[in-house]
Design a protein. Sequence first.
Length: 237
Amino acid sequence: MAPVARGLADSFRVLEPFQRSSSATVASHVEDLNEVVQSHCGGVRSALVGHSWGAMLTLAYAAAYPRVAGPMVLIGCGTFDTHARGQMTAILRDRMSEELRRRMDHLEEEFPEPNKRLRALGELTLPLYSYDPDIAEFEPESDASDARAKNDETWQDMVRLQNEGVYPAAFAAIETPVLMLHGAADPHPGRLIRASLEPYLPQLEYCELERCGHYPWLERQARDQFFSVLRDWLARH
């Protein structure tokens, strides 16, 4: 998200929190984010801009602290039901070449260390999530990322909460405007995800970017529109 932070920093004060490896549950990430907001935002209902898992965390945070959270932008938001996840899996399977499948089958041998393997996976699969990406602009997470806490345990906890009916129903508590910015070529099925959220977020706005994948700020064909929509919406709210 560093390019997004830089792209907004000339017009807005931007804080980019980094997740602690000791936080593995959705609740612990929510409390970490609340600590950042309470410590650095001076009582202002600050806007929250989240990407992918970060968009899901933004919703979880706003549901827990509806009187603190400000307007929210969900970029390439993750899935909240098995139907959307199944659709995403099918899209990725159809896009994957035999060569990439073979490479991924041997990824554990090539990168025995989990954090390095997670980073390599992100770089390998970037084309599956993109339309026309500028690879030179890709800034993967450092090797300090924690594959266990961030990827495995946190996601398992999110799925558990969905299976128990906590999410997305809890999002009905959210009071502020919400914009969903989604690439038309993102394997995360944006319209299905929107449909799962709308019963609980009647104020949800949806903007689909053509010729755009999961990382709009990397897309040659869409990044100018992405930043224009993002800046304008944040300025208005």
